[in-house]
Ligand binder design. Structure first.
Ligand SMILES: NC(=O)C1=CN([C@@H]2O[C@H](COP(=O)(O)OP(=O)(O)OC[C@H]3O[C@@H](n4cnc5c(N)ncnc54)[C@H](OP(=O)(O)O)[C@@H]3O)[C@@H](O)[C@H]2O)C=CC1
Ligand SMILES: CC(C)(CO)C(=O)C(=O)O
Length: 300
């Protein structure tokens, strides 16, 4: 059997972290860039702790992938995931396995729907990565990636990620992990944008702290109606994450400051969708959604 060939679709912060780590462990990795990108070798730098590793990775446009891909890790933002996989789908070899790694909810099922007949898994990661420049990725927070099947065979992704030094845990119910992260992202991320603060600031700014509680109460009601039970309420869970990551600039605030589209539909929008489906009112999440939608950066 041919050695697995792993494509990274969405070679941004997380994609370069996964791609460079896999390549550093001797696995065959290919970066898929936007259509029209001419085939080339890219010099990627991976910074972790005090160490810096340089790797040369083959790259091409998503419209000219190598013919022998066996695995694809999809690391775009949530709103780009289904459009990107639809671009790749016609050229994807039968049986190629896909792992989709977005925050929020919705993109995972849209990706699976675009790939009938392919095994699709979803992951929920607590790794932290950011790009110093287009080719340099900083592994800023060591985490764990929980992975479970969404469609078709249960592919053992940890067999690929483990040797690459990426913490990995197979889980039977990935949706529960995605929802647990969703409730934290839905409370914390928008508040950091509205108050222009680091994660810890949400606990210190009185208006933000109060909003955390009301958003948390709505999220608890919505998720309970959708059948999810957690020992700890969303506000308490989010406060613990905000304390543990007090100095972090949330991904949504980073996107807002950089003028990039926010993952608002996949995060706050997912709470609104579930609320509407289960008949639970979500006025606070709706207010936050409308406010952030109104900010100039959203949707660009
Ligand atoms: N970064 C992190 O530490 C973490 C991120 N996540 C989640 O992981 C996901 C990815 O985040 P992150 O890596 O930070 O995002 P980035 O914006 O850094 O990377 C996304 C990449 O996807 C590329 N892309 C988008 N559409 C296409 C396409 N059609 N074809 C080819 N490439 C495409 C973008 O290209 P271009 O640059 O050309 O726009 C960009 O390089 C998000 O859902 C995020 O919430 C979860 C946990 C931690
Ligand atoms: C957990 C948290 C809030 C850490 O910053 C995150 O996932 C994000 O920024 O998107």
């Amino acid at each position: 059997m041919a050695a697995p060939r792993i494509a990274i679709l969405g070679a941004g912060s997380l994609g370069l972290l996964f791609g460079a780590s896999l390549a550093a462990s001797g696995q065959s990795v290919h970066l898929l860039r936007r259509p029209g990108h001419r085939p080339t070798e890219e010099r990627i730098r991976l910074e972790r702790g005090g160490e810096r590793r340089e790797l040369s990775l083959p790259a091409s446009g998503i419209d000219s992938p190598p013919p022998d891909l066996s695995h694809v890790i999809l690391c775009t933002k949530a709103h780009d995931a289904a459009p990107a996989i639809r671009q790749l789908a016609p050229a994807l070899p039968p049986g190629a396995a896909v792992l989709t790694l977005q925050n929020g909810l919705g993109s995972q099922d849209a990706v699976a729907a675009a790939l009938p007949g392919h095994p699709v898994s979803a992951g929920c990661t607590t790794e932290g990565a950011w790009r110093r420049d287009a080719r340099t990725v900083v592994h800023a927070g060591i985490g764990v990636t929980r992975i479970g099947p969404l469609q078709g065979d249960d592919v053992d992704w940890c067999q690929r990620l483990g040797p690459a030094g990426l913490g990995c845990e197979p889980v039977p119910d990935i949706r529960r992990w995605l929802v647990d992260k969703l409730r934290v992202n839905a409370l914390l991320n928008p508040l950091t944008v509205l108050h222009d603060c680091r994660n810890g600031g949400v606990l210190e700014i009185p208006g933000a702290r109060a909003a955390l509680e009301s958003l948390g109460a709505e999220a608890d009601a919505v998720l309970a109606a959708a059948g999810y039970r957690f020992a700890e309420g969303a506000a308490a869970r989010t406060a613990a994450v905000a304390r543990a990551t007090a100095d972090n600039v949330s991904s949504m605030l980073q996107d807002y400051r950089a003028g990039r589209r926010l993952e608002l539909d996949a995060i706050t929008g997912a709470i609104l969708t579930l609320g509407a489906r289960h008949g639970i009112a979500t006025p606070e999440h709706q207010r936050i959604y409308d406010t952030l939608r109104g900010l100039a950066a959203v949707g660009r």
